[in-house]
Design a protein around this ligand. Structure first.
Ligand code: MN
Ligand code: MN
Length: 467
């Protein structure tokens, strides 16, 4: 087959073009309901239950065709369709992550300065800090009160008429700022969220209520307390994420792209979920695993480095009637395959000198397959074998999946990793692939509808034909 660059719109037929547009509608509504990892888990379970999946814990036994999900501490989830082959002969896994770069509210966040009240934040994942100023922001997350009760909140977007913002210095006074390098344009400690400006009006015993007449912070806290029944000390046991208040929207006159917050990596997660939900009676058990903490190195008990996937696979193995001995579990992992589904850097002609055009993710050319990621000399990469590359290539070609290969930019330009290495370390044959993204990690990223559709098709083909 001749090696050539193919824009999907020149290749697919009218029927499939309509499917490309249809598919992105569900994706946009998924994104609008899923701005955090916790919300993504919730939305995924709703979709899975609608498609007939049940909680793994409610099943005593599993038989081929059974569809189950298992949740990891509200921040990760695994969907499985039981195959006809024993699990010890290997399973097929598509893994993506549902955490995205954002700003987390600090544990002691609220302060008052010059008649304005703010939340202190600590950024999560790799961001360009300056991009998070002067855009509408929302607060999503959970607060656990001292009595253990839990409150879920989402303030500042769609159904709400208020917003929040991080201020920046006006250009008139920006001469000093503009002379700095990009990293220092805004410091981490300057990423404070403006919350209000009206001083507290009542005279109270400050010792008792903690409120002070004339203090904006006290006014803000009184509003929060009234609205949510929490007090200031409850922020200590909270996880509040500051996320862009933007809605996912069609981008461009031709509506060929989608602009949204959190494409990385909910775009691959959504494509994987859809392929998983539609998977019927596969030969090998088909798994969609959605993990947390990828943006900070897949750490902790909700990240891809945790034992959650192995534990859940072992539970499933026992329920299918196979004994989950060490030997059986090791055999299963060693004979398994995984598509590490994470976004690729889409070639951006404005920054052409940072990419190797021949080996770059490209918009409208379908799913980008990366033999390796990493930085410098492939450091931190899972380097998939030629044999695996060949197998995946055949599956995609046999199923009319539009795909191309990609590296993350020029060799010396930088780099990054995915969950691939952690899955591969278990013995699983793993390869990276995913949707090319423009402005990755920015508050408003862009992807092509063609590419999410082709990724969904790729994952479905993998479940069907990887035997
Ligand atoms: Mn990612
Ligand atoms: Mn990322």
């Amino acid at each position: 087959m001749k090696l050539e660059f193919k824009n999907g719109w020149n290749v697919i037929d009218a029927d499939e073009k309509a499917k490309v547009f249809d598919f992105s509608e569900g994706y946009k509504s998924f994104l609008n309901k899923s701005k955090t990892e916790r919300e993504s888990v919730k939305t995924t379970i709703e979709m899975a239950e609608k498609a007939g999946f049940v909680d793994l814990n409610s099943k005593e036994k599993l038989v081929p065709g059974d569809k189950v999900y298992c949740v990891n501490k509200n921040k990760g989830v695994m969907l499985s369709v039981i195959g006809t082959k024993p699990m010890s002969e290997g399973v097929n896994i598509v893994g993506s992550h549902i955490d995205s770069p954002r700003l987390d509210v600090k544990q002691n966040p609220l302060y008052d300065d010059a008649g304005l009240a703010f939340f202190k934040t600590h950024y999560y994942g790799g961001i360009k800090k300056y991009q998070w100023t002067t855009i509408p922001l929302a607060i999503h997350g959970v607060i656990v009160r001292e009595d253990g009760s839990k409150l879920e909140i989402s303030i500042g977007d769609y159904d709400d008429d208020m917003t929040f913002v991080i201020t920046d210095i006006l250009p008139h006074l920006g001469r000093n700022q503009m002379s700095k390098n990009g990293y220092d344009l805004i410091t981490g400690e300057q990423l404070t969220l403006l919350l209000g400006s009206i001083p507290y009006e009542r005279e109270e015993d400050e010792e008792v209520t903690g409120r002070k007449k004339g203090e904006v912070k006290s006014k803000i806290m009184s509003i929060i307390e009234e609205r949510y029944g929490i007090e200031e000390s409850d922020f200590i046991s909270a996880e509040l994420e500051i996320v862009p208040a933007f809605e996912a929207k069609d981008l461009g006159f031709d509506r060929s792209l989608v602009a949204a917050y959190g494409h990385d990596d909910r775009v691959c997660a959504y494509a994987a979920i859809m392929a998983g939900l539609e998977c019927e009676a596969p030969e090998r058990t088909s798994i969609v695993i959605l993990t947390d903490k990828e943006e900070i190195g897949s750490m902790g008990n909700t990240g891809a480095k945790s034992y959650f996937m192995q534990l859940t696979l072992a539970e499933m193995m026992e329920k299918t009637g196979e004994s989950a001995t060490d030997l059986n579990r090791l055999r299963m992992l060693d004979r398994s395959y995984c598509l590490s589904a994470d976004v690729a850097a889409a070639f951006d002609p404005k920054f052409a000198d940072q990419y190797d055009k021949m080996n770059s993710g490209r918009i409208n050319e379908g799913i980008a397959v990366s033999k390796y990621t990493g930085s410098g000399g492939k450091s931190g990469s899972n380097d998939a074998s030629a044999e695996l590359m060949g197998m995946i290539r055949k599956i995609f070609n046999d199923n009319g999946v539009l795909w191309h290969t990609a590296e993350l930019g020029k060799v010396d330009a930088g780099g990054g990793g995915t969950i691939a290495q952690f899955v591969a370390n278990l013995g699983v044959q793993t390869i990276d692939c995913g949707v090319p993204v423009l402005s990755m990690h920015a508050p408003y990223e862009a992807i092509a509808k063609m590419d999410i559709y082709m990724s969904y098709k790729a994952f479905a083909a993998f479940f069907k034909d990887c035997k």
